[in-house]
Write a protein that binds this ligand. Structure first.
Ligand SMILES: *Cc1c(COP(=O)(O)O)cnc(C)c1O
Length: 386
Protein backbone atom coordinates (compact mmCIF):
# COMPACT_ATOMS: atom_id res chain seq x y z
CA UNK A 1 0.00 0.00 0.00
CA UNK A 2 1.08 3.58 -0.59
CA UNK A 3 2.12 5.49 2.52
CA UNK A 4 -0.69 7.33 4.23
CA UNK A 5 -0.74 10.88 2.89
CA UNK A 6 -1.83 13.13 5.71
CA UNK A 7 -4.43 15.62 4.61
CA UNK A 8 -3.85 19.30 5.25
CA UNK A 9 -6.14 20.30 2.40
CA UNK A 10 -9.34 22.37 2.72
CA UNK A 11 -11.37 19.17 2.90
CA UNK A 12 -11.80 16.33 3.26
CA UNK A 13 -9.68 15.82 6.35
CA UNK A 14 -8.31 12.68 7.90
CA UNK A 15 -10.98 11.09 10.10
CA UNK A 16 -10.60 9.28 13.41
CA UNK A 17 -10.09 5.50 13.43
CA UNK A 18 -13.51 4.90 15.05
CA UNK A 19 -15.16 6.61 12.08
CA UNK A 20 -13.31 4.29 9.71
CA UNK A 21 -14.26 1.29 11.84
CA UNK A 22 -17.94 2.29 11.77
CA UNK A 23 -17.78 2.41 7.98
CA UNK A 24 -16.48 -1.15 7.83
CA UNK A 25 -19.68 -2.62 9.37
CA UNK A 26 -21.80 -4.91 7.18
CA UNK A 27 -24.09 -3.16 4.72
CA UNK A 28 -27.56 -2.43 6.05
CA UNK A 29 -30.91 -1.62 4.47
CA UNK A 30 -31.71 2.04 3.78
CA UNK A 31 -35.16 1.59 5.32
CA UNK A 32 -36.79 -0.16 8.24
CA UNK A 33 -36.37 0.22 11.99
CA UNK A 34 -32.54 -0.07 12.23
CA UNK A 35 -32.14 2.50 9.48
CA UNK A 36 -34.70 4.84 11.05
CA UNK A 37 -32.83 4.72 14.34
CA UNK A 38 -29.50 5.75 12.83
CA UNK A 39 -30.98 8.15 10.29
CA UNK A 40 -33.14 9.78 12.97
CA UNK A 41 -30.25 10.19 15.39
CA UNK A 42 -28.02 11.64 12.67
CA UNK A 43 -30.71 14.12 11.68
CA UNK A 44 -31.33 15.17 15.29
CA UNK A 45 -27.61 15.74 15.90
CA UNK A 46 -27.39 17.76 12.69
CA UNK A 47 -30.35 19.91 13.70
CA UNK A 48 -28.56 20.63 16.98
CA UNK A 49 -25.35 21.52 15.19
CA UNK A 50 -27.18 23.69 12.62
CA UNK A 51 -29.20 25.28 15.42
CA UNK A 52 -32.46 24.68 13.61
CA UNK A 53 -35.91 23.27 14.11
CA UNK A 54 -36.39 23.27 10.32
CA UNK A 55 -36.82 20.19 8.19
CA UNK A 56 -33.40 18.73 7.35
CA UNK A 57 -32.55 16.28 4.59
CA UNK A 58 -29.54 13.97 4.36
CA UNK A 59 -28.85 13.65 0.65
CA UNK A 60 -26.49 11.12 -0.94
CA UNK A 61 -24.06 13.12 -3.04
CA UNK A 62 -21.47 15.89 -2.71
CA UNK A 63 -22.23 19.23 -1.07
CA UNK A 64 -22.81 20.72 -4.50
CA UNK A 65 -25.84 18.42 -4.88
CA UNK A 66 -27.55 20.12 -1.94
CA UNK A 67 -26.55 23.55 -3.26
CA UNK A 68 -28.10 22.51 -6.56
CA UNK A 69 -31.29 21.52 -4.70
CA UNK A 70 -31.54 25.02 -3.26
CA UNK A 71 -30.86 26.84 -6.51
CA UNK A 72 -33.03 24.52 -8.59
CA UNK A 73 -36.05 24.27 -6.30
CA UNK A 74 -36.64 27.71 -4.83
CA UNK A 75 -37.32 29.78 -7.94
CA UNK A 76 -38.91 29.23 -11.32
CA UNK A 77 -36.83 29.61 -14.47
CA UNK A 78 -36.30 33.22 -15.46
CA UNK A 79 -36.27 34.59 -11.88
CA UNK A 80 -33.61 36.80 -10.38
CA UNK A 81 -31.37 35.73 -7.52
CA UNK A 82 -28.85 37.84 -5.63
CA UNK A 83 -25.57 35.96 -5.15
CA UNK A 84 -22.58 36.96 -3.01
CA UNK A 85 -19.43 36.49 -5.09
CA UNK A 86 -16.06 36.99 -3.44
CA UNK A 87 -14.34 33.79 -4.43
CA UNK A 88 -14.48 30.38 -6.08
CA UNK A 89 -17.46 28.99 -4.16
CA UNK A 90 -19.52 32.17 -4.47
CA UNK A 91 -18.89 31.90 -8.21
CA UNK A 92 -20.08 28.30 -8.06
CA UNK A 93 -23.36 29.41 -6.47
CA UNK A 94 -23.79 31.80 -9.39
CA UNK A 95 -22.97 29.02 -11.88
CA UNK A 96 -25.56 26.75 -10.27
CA UNK A 97 -28.16 29.51 -10.51
CA UNK A 98 -27.40 30.17 -14.18
CA UNK A 99 -27.52 26.44 -14.91
CA UNK A 100 -31.07 26.46 -13.52
CA UNK A 101 -32.16 29.30 -15.77
CA UNK A 102 -31.93 32.04 -13.16
CA UNK A 103 -30.57 35.53 -13.66
CA UNK A 104 -27.80 36.36 -11.20
CA UNK A 105 -27.46 39.78 -9.62
CA UNK A 106 -23.97 39.68 -8.08
CA UNK A 107 -22.86 41.24 -4.82
CA UNK A 108 -19.10 41.32 -5.02
CA UNK A 109 -16.14 42.16 -2.86
CA UNK A 110 -12.48 42.29 -3.84
CA UNK A 111 -10.76 38.91 -3.61
CA UNK A 112 -9.55 38.40 -0.06
CA UNK A 113 -12.20 40.74 1.37
CA UNK A 114 -15.56 40.13 3.03
CA UNK A 115 -18.96 40.74 1.50
CA UNK A 116 -20.31 44.03 2.80
CA UNK A 117 -23.85 44.08 4.29
CA UNK A 118 -24.31 47.72 3.20
CA UNK A 119 -23.55 46.78 -0.40
CA UNK A 120 -26.07 43.94 -0.13
CA UNK A 121 -28.69 46.38 1.18
CA UNK A 122 -28.18 48.58 -1.87
CA UNK A 123 -28.48 45.62 -4.25
CA UNK A 124 -31.69 44.46 -2.51
CA UNK A 125 -33.13 47.97 -2.86
CA UNK A 126 -32.23 48.07 -6.55
CA UNK A 127 -33.73 44.62 -7.22
CA UNK A 128 -37.03 44.28 -5.35
CA UNK A 129 -37.99 41.40 -7.67
CA UNK A 130 -35.10 39.13 -6.56
CA UNK A 131 -36.70 37.03 -3.84
CA UNK A 132 -33.62 34.98 -2.88
CA UNK A 133 -30.21 36.03 -1.54
CA UNK A 134 -27.50 33.34 -1.51
CA UNK A 135 -23.94 33.51 -0.23
CA UNK A 136 -21.12 31.45 1.25
CA UNK A 137 -20.15 31.53 4.94
CA UNK A 138 -16.54 30.38 4.72
CA UNK A 139 -15.34 31.15 1.20
CA UNK A 140 -12.92 28.23 1.03
CA UNK A 141 -11.33 29.63 -2.13
CA UNK A 142 -9.84 32.60 -0.27
CA UNK A 143 -10.31 31.56 3.41
CA UNK A 144 -12.45 34.63 4.10
CA UNK A 145 -15.27 34.27 6.63
CA UNK A 146 -18.22 36.31 5.41
CA UNK A 147 -20.35 38.10 8.05
CA UNK A 148 -23.30 35.73 7.77
CA UNK A 149 -25.34 37.09 10.63
CA UNK A 150 -25.23 40.68 9.32
CA UNK A 151 -25.80 39.66 5.70
CA UNK A 152 -28.76 37.47 6.65
CA UNK A 153 -30.26 40.27 8.75
CA UNK A 154 -30.07 42.67 5.78
CA UNK A 155 -31.62 40.13 3.41
CA UNK A 156 -34.38 39.27 5.89
CA UNK A 157 -35.17 42.93 6.53
CA UNK A 158 -35.59 43.27 2.75
CA UNK A 159 -38.01 40.32 2.81
CA UNK A 160 -35.75 37.89 0.96
CA UNK A 161 -35.27 34.16 1.44
CA UNK A 162 -31.73 33.54 2.68
CA UNK A 163 -29.61 30.65 1.38
CA UNK A 164 -26.22 29.98 3.00
CA UNK A 165 -23.47 27.65 1.82
CA UNK A 166 -22.02 26.62 5.19
CA UNK A 167 -20.26 23.59 3.71
CA UNK A 168 -16.83 24.32 5.11
CA UNK A 169 -17.84 26.29 8.21
CA UNK A 170 -20.46 24.10 9.88
CA UNK A 171 -18.92 22.75 13.09
CA UNK A 172 -15.80 24.88 12.72
CA UNK A 173 -17.17 28.38 13.25
CA UNK A 174 -20.17 29.80 15.03
CA UNK A 175 -23.35 29.56 12.97
CA UNK A 176 -26.91 29.54 14.22
CA UNK A 177 -29.42 28.85 11.47
CA UNK A 178 -32.71 29.78 13.14
CA UNK A 179 -31.31 32.55 15.27
CA UNK A 180 -29.63 34.20 12.32
CA UNK A 181 -32.64 33.85 10.02
CA UNK A 182 -31.17 31.43 7.50
CA UNK A 183 -33.99 29.86 5.50
CA UNK A 184 -31.93 27.29 3.62
CA UNK A 185 -28.57 26.10 4.91
CA UNK A 186 -26.25 23.57 3.27
CA UNK A 187 -23.42 21.67 4.96
CA UNK A 188 -21.37 18.55 4.36
CA UNK A 189 -19.91 15.83 6.58
CA UNK A 190 -16.37 15.95 5.24
CA UNK A 191 -15.17 19.36 6.36
CA UNK A 192 -15.37 20.47 10.02
CA UNK A 193 -17.87 17.74 10.88
CA UNK A 194 -14.97 15.32 10.43
CA UNK A 195 -16.79 12.51 8.67
CA UNK A 196 -16.50 10.83 5.27
CA UNK A 197 -17.63 12.52 2.06
CA UNK A 198 -20.67 11.16 0.27
CA UNK A 199 -23.69 12.90 1.76
CA UNK A 200 -24.88 16.50 1.95
CA UNK A 201 -27.16 18.20 4.46
CA UNK A 202 -29.80 20.82 3.73
CA UNK A 203 -32.20 22.51 6.13
CA UNK A 204 -35.31 24.17 4.75
CA UNK A 205 -37.53 26.58 6.68
CA UNK A 206 -41.16 27.68 6.23
CA UNK A 207 -40.37 30.84 4.24
CA UNK A 208 -38.43 28.74 1.74
CA UNK A 209 -41.30 26.26 1.44
CA UNK A 210 -43.74 29.12 0.81
CA UNK A 211 -41.55 30.29 -2.05
CA UNK A 212 -41.25 26.77 -3.44
CA UNK A 213 -45.03 26.33 -3.26
CA UNK A 214 -45.62 29.60 -5.11
CA UNK A 215 -44.69 28.03 -8.46
CA UNK A 216 -44.86 24.69 -10.27
CA UNK A 217 -41.14 23.89 -10.18
CA UNK A 218 -40.89 22.95 -13.84
CA UNK A 219 -37.24 22.36 -14.73
CA UNK A 220 -36.15 21.53 -11.19
CA UNK A 221 -35.57 17.88 -12.06
CA UNK A 222 -36.60 14.99 -9.84
CA UNK A 223 -33.70 13.86 -7.65
CA UNK A 224 -32.39 17.25 -6.56
CA UNK A 225 -35.84 18.77 -6.24
CA UNK A 226 -36.81 19.67 -2.67
CA UNK A 227 -40.43 18.81 -3.51
CA UNK A 228 -39.43 15.17 -4.09
CA UNK A 229 -37.64 14.99 -0.75
CA UNK A 230 -40.55 16.55 1.12
CA UNK A 231 -43.00 14.13 -0.53
CA UNK A 232 -40.94 11.10 0.57
CA UNK A 233 -40.54 12.54 4.07
CA UNK A 234 -44.32 13.06 4.25
CA UNK A 235 -45.41 9.77 2.76
CA UNK A 236 -42.61 7.32 3.64
CA UNK A 237 -40.94 9.22 6.47
CA UNK A 238 -41.72 6.60 9.10
CA UNK A 239 -39.77 3.80 7.41
CA UNK A 240 -38.00 5.00 4.22
CA UNK A 241 -37.24 8.71 4.58
CA UNK A 242 -35.21 9.28 1.41
CA UNK A 243 -36.38 8.84 -2.19
CA UNK A 244 -33.21 6.90 -3.09
CA UNK A 245 -30.79 4.31 -1.73
CA UNK A 246 -28.44 5.75 0.87
CA UNK A 247 -25.22 4.11 2.05
CA UNK A 248 -25.42 2.77 5.61
CA UNK A 249 -21.62 2.69 5.77
CA UNK A 250 -21.37 6.38 5.01
CA UNK A 251 -24.20 7.23 7.38
CA UNK A 252 -22.59 5.24 10.21
CA UNK A 253 -19.28 7.00 9.65
CA UNK A 254 -21.02 10.37 9.82
CA UNK A 255 -23.07 9.42 12.88
CA UNK A 256 -19.95 8.27 14.72
CA UNK A 257 -18.24 11.58 14.10
CA UNK A 258 -21.30 13.68 15.05
CA UNK A 259 -21.70 11.76 18.30
CA UNK A 260 -18.07 12.46 19.18
CA UNK A 261 -18.50 16.17 18.45
CA UNK A 262 -21.60 16.45 20.61
CA UNK A 263 -19.95 14.45 23.36
CA UNK A 264 -17.16 17.00 23.76
CA UNK A 265 -19.63 19.77 23.00
CA UNK A 266 -20.06 21.92 19.90
CA UNK A 267 -18.45 24.99 21.46
CA UNK A 268 -15.36 22.97 22.43
CA UNK A 269 -15.21 21.58 18.89
CA UNK A 270 -15.39 25.09 17.44
CA UNK A 271 -12.74 26.31 19.89
CA UNK A 272 -10.42 23.53 18.68
CA UNK A 273 -10.55 25.06 15.20
CA UNK A 274 -9.82 28.56 16.45
CA UNK A 275 -6.76 27.23 18.25
CA UNK A 276 -5.57 25.18 15.26
CA UNK A 277 -5.98 28.14 12.91
CA UNK A 278 -3.98 30.37 15.22
CA UNK A 279 -1.19 27.78 15.61
CA UNK A 280 -0.77 27.46 11.83
CA UNK A 281 -1.01 31.21 11.23
CA UNK A 282 1.56 31.95 13.95
CA UNK A 283 3.82 29.02 13.15
CA UNK A 284 4.14 29.70 9.43
CA UNK A 285 4.14 33.45 10.11
CA UNK A 286 7.28 33.06 12.23
CA UNK A 287 8.93 31.28 9.30
CA UNK A 288 8.30 34.26 7.06
CA UNK A 289 5.06 33.32 5.36
CA UNK A 290 2.49 36.11 5.04
CA UNK A 291 -1.17 35.24 5.59
CA UNK A 292 -3.44 36.10 2.66
CA UNK A 293 -6.35 37.20 4.86
CA UNK A 294 -6.16 39.31 8.06
CA UNK A 295 -6.76 37.40 11.25
CA UNK A 296 -9.89 39.47 11.98
CA UNK A 297 -11.87 37.66 9.27
CA UNK A 298 -9.59 34.80 8.29
CA UNK A 299 -11.08 31.33 8.63
CA UNK A 300 -10.13 29.11 11.55
CA UNK A 301 -10.36 25.86 9.54
CA UNK A 302 -8.15 26.74 6.54
CA UNK A 303 -5.34 29.28 6.36
CA UNK A 304 -4.09 30.79 3.11
CA UNK A 305 -0.61 32.25 2.67
CA UNK A 306 0.95 34.28 -0.10
CA UNK A 307 3.37 32.43 -2.36
CA UNK A 308 6.98 33.41 -1.69
CA UNK A 309 9.28 34.79 -4.36
CA UNK A 310 12.03 32.23 -3.58
CA UNK A 311 10.09 29.15 -4.75
CA UNK A 312 6.94 28.14 -6.58
CA UNK A 313 3.93 26.89 -4.63
CA UNK A 314 4.00 23.74 -6.74
CA UNK A 315 7.59 22.89 -5.76
CA UNK A 316 6.81 23.43 -2.10
CA UNK A 317 3.67 21.26 -2.20
CA UNK A 318 5.45 18.53 -4.14
CA UNK A 319 8.33 18.44 -1.67
CA UNK A 320 5.95 18.13 1.30
CA UNK A 321 4.10 15.33 -0.44
CA UNK A 322 7.15 13.39 -1.60
CA UNK A 323 9.34 13.87 1.46
CA UNK A 324 6.79 14.02 4.27
CA UNK A 325 3.55 12.57 2.85
CA UNK A 326 1.79 15.80 3.67
CA UNK A 327 -0.80 17.18 1.25
CA UNK A 328 -1.49 20.91 1.18
CA UNK A 329 -3.45 22.80 -1.43
CA UNK A 330 -2.78 25.57 -3.92
CA UNK A 331 -5.00 28.47 -4.95
CA UNK A 332 -8.06 28.06 -7.17
CA UNK A 333 -8.69 29.94 -10.41
CA UNK A 334 -7.02 33.35 -10.49
CA UNK A 335 -5.25 32.58 -7.20
CA UNK A 336 -3.45 29.57 -8.67
CA UNK A 337 0.29 29.97 -8.03
CA UNK A 338 -0.32 33.08 -5.93
CA UNK A 339 -1.38 31.49 -2.66
CA UNK A 340 -1.35 28.12 -0.95
CA UNK A 341 -3.91 26.87 1.55
CA UNK A 342 -3.35 24.74 4.61
CA UNK A 343 -6.42 23.00 5.96
CA UNK A 344 -6.62 22.02 9.59
CA UNK A 345 -9.73 19.91 9.36
CA UNK A 346 -10.29 16.66 11.17
CA UNK A 347 -7.09 15.18 12.52
CA UNK A 348 -5.09 18.04 10.99
CA UNK A 349 -6.48 20.22 13.80
CA UNK A 350 -4.55 18.15 16.34
CA UNK A 351 -1.39 19.43 18.00
CA UNK A 352 0.49 16.40 16.67
CA UNK A 353 -0.42 17.01 13.02
CA UNK A 354 0.28 20.72 13.28
CA UNK A 355 3.70 20.32 14.85
CA UNK A 356 4.61 17.76 12.15
CA UNK A 357 3.50 20.22 9.50
CA UNK A 358 5.54 23.07 10.97
CA UNK A 359 8.57 20.85 11.33
CA UNK A 360 8.25 19.74 7.69
CA UNK A 361 7.91 23.31 6.41
CA UNK A 362 10.99 24.30 8.44
CA UNK A 363 12.94 21.42 6.91
CA UNK A 364 11.91 22.51 3.41
CA UNK A 365 13.09 26.06 4.07
CA UNK A 366 16.42 24.87 5.50
CA UNK A 367 17.20 22.64 2.54
CA UNK A 368 16.44 25.65 0.31
CA UNK A 369 18.94 27.68 2.33
CA UNK A 370 16.21 29.91 3.62
CA UNK A 371 17.06 29.63 7.28
CA UNK A 372 13.88 28.58 8.92
CA UNK A 373 14.48 27.99 12.59
CA UNK A 374 13.44 24.50 13.63
CA UNK A 375 10.09 25.08 15.34
CA UNK A 376 10.11 24.59 19.06
CA UNK A 377 7.56 21.88 18.83
CA UNK A 378 7.47 21.18 22.55
CA UNK A 379 6.21 24.65 23.20
CA UNK A 380 3.71 24.46 20.38
CA UNK A 381 2.31 21.22 21.61
CA UNK A 382 1.93 22.58 25.09
CA UNK A 383 -0.01 25.51 23.71
CA UNK A 384 -2.24 23.26 21.71
CA UNK A 385 -3.13 20.92 24.50
CA UNK A 386 -6.57 21.40 25.97
C1 LIG B 1 -16.03 22.00 -0.32
C2 LIG B 1 -17.00 23.10 -0.63
C3 LIG B 1 -18.07 22.95 -1.55
C4 LIG B 1 -18.20 21.79 -2.49
O1 LIG B 1 -18.28 20.57 -1.95
P1 LIG B 1 -18.44 19.29 -2.89
O2 LIG B 1 -18.70 18.23 -1.89
O3 LIG B 1 -17.15 19.12 -3.61
O4 LIG B 1 -19.57 19.53 -3.81
C5 LIG B 1 -18.98 23.97 -1.67
N1 LIG B 1 -18.85 25.10 -0.97
C6 LIG B 1 -17.83 25.30 -0.11
C7 LIG B 1 -17.75 26.59 0.64
C8 LIG B 1 -16.88 24.31 0.08
O5 LIG B 1 -15.86 24.52 0.90
Amino acid sequence: MNPHVRLFIPGPGDVEPDVLAAMAQPVQRHYGPEWMAMYGETRTLLQQIFGTANQLFIVPGPASAALEMAMGSLLPIGSKVIVGQNGFFGDRLADLAVAHGLTVVPVTAPIGQRLDPDVLRGVCDAHPDASVVAFVHHETGTTVLNPVQELAAVARAAGRVVVVDAVSSMGGAELSVDHWGIDVCVAAPNKCLEGPAGMAFISVGPRAWDLIDSHAGIGAGWYLNLRTWRRYADEWGAWHPTPVTASSNTLLGILTSLRAIMEVGLSVHIAKYAKAGRAVRDGLGKMGFVPFVPEAFGAPMVTAFHARPEFAVGEFATWLLDERHIAISGGLGDLSGKIFRVGHLGRAASAEYISDLLEAVGAFLRQRGLGGEPPRSGKLQARNKK
